[in-house]
Design a binder for this molecule. Structure first.
Ligand code: 13P
Length: 253
């Protein structure tokens, strides 16, 4: 039985004060929710991670980074390593978010290096995949998602990928209010799970959590998570409001 997982990706939002307030509100609002019923995490901007981690305090909410670089250390101006993130108390990292693929230009090859580096360094990667609107219109969704999952996990053993969470985030649904229907989400998630069973084995595929992301909101969260292969949500905009994010978490329990 997969434990649901609800995570908030704050993207390039909040400031010193509001990031701490948001973390505190989420921490206190979720104190009644048993850790065994749902995994929770937030992904603030790098610079606010230490104060957010402090504000999360003894709550059951983990912290993660939105990005990092795969090298261990050295002359990589501007980059942040896995060990630095571990050092300040991060648990998770996003790899290959669509904004990094399509705005910053990250390739499958770079994303694969990041997934491998995160696992080796002891962080839990959330590998994000998803098709563009034109790709969906051209019936290429399965092909694109298959390619991104295969390339993102290339060269990783079954033992290693048990640390991975997959997030299916159709690009056309991100920040647009155009949420995928529960059926569209389920189809893509089922595709990913079958692919994992083929690449590794059925038991492992049953254990890996696959989250949906793309305009997830309190009013569509329960319906999305009711789908057999939707194991939780990666929430953008709605995770910046503590009440909305907490409502989404409660829908997972
Ligand atoms: P929105 O929930 O704002 O559509 O963002 C989804 C997302 O990209 C989460 O990583």
């Amino acid at each position: 039985m997969r434990k649901p997982f609800v995570a908030g990706n704050w993207k390039m939002n909040t400031d010193n004060h509001s990031s701490v307030n948001l973390a505190q509100s989420i921490a206190s609002g979720s104190s009644e929710i048993a850790e065994k019923s749902v995994s929770m995490a937030v992904f603030p901007p790098f610079v606010y991670l230490p104060s957010v981690i402090k504000a999360l305090n003894v709550s059951n909410i983990a912290a993660g980074a939105q990005d990092f670089y795969f090298e261990q250390n050295g002359a990589f101006t501007g980059e942040i390593s896995v060990s630095m993130l571990k050092d300040i108390g991060c648990t998770f990292v996003l790899c290959g978010h669509s904004e990094r693929r399509h705005v910053i230009g990250e390739t499958d090859e770079l994303i694969n290096k990041k997934v491998a580096a995160a696992i080796s360094g002891g962080l839990l990667p959330v590998l994000c995949v998803g098709e563009l609107l034109d790709e969906r219109k051209a019936s290429q969704t399965n092909e694109v998602v298959t390619r991104q999952v295969k390339n993102g996990l290339a060269g990783l053993s079954a033992e290693k990928i048990s640390a991975v969470t997959i997030a299916y985030e159709p690009v056309w649904a991100i920040g647009t209010g155009l949420t995928a229907t529960p059926q569209q989400a389920q189809e893509a998630h089922e595709l990913v799970r079958k692919l994992l069973a083929k690449m590794y084995d059925a038991r492992l595929a049953e254990e890996i959590r696959i989250l949906y992301g793309g305009s997830a909101k309190p009013d569509n969260a329960a319906e999305l998570m009711a789908q057999q292969d939707v194991d939780g949500l990666l929430v953008g905009g709605a995770s910046l409001n503590a009440d909305d994010f907490l409502a989404i978490i409660r829908a997972a329990v």
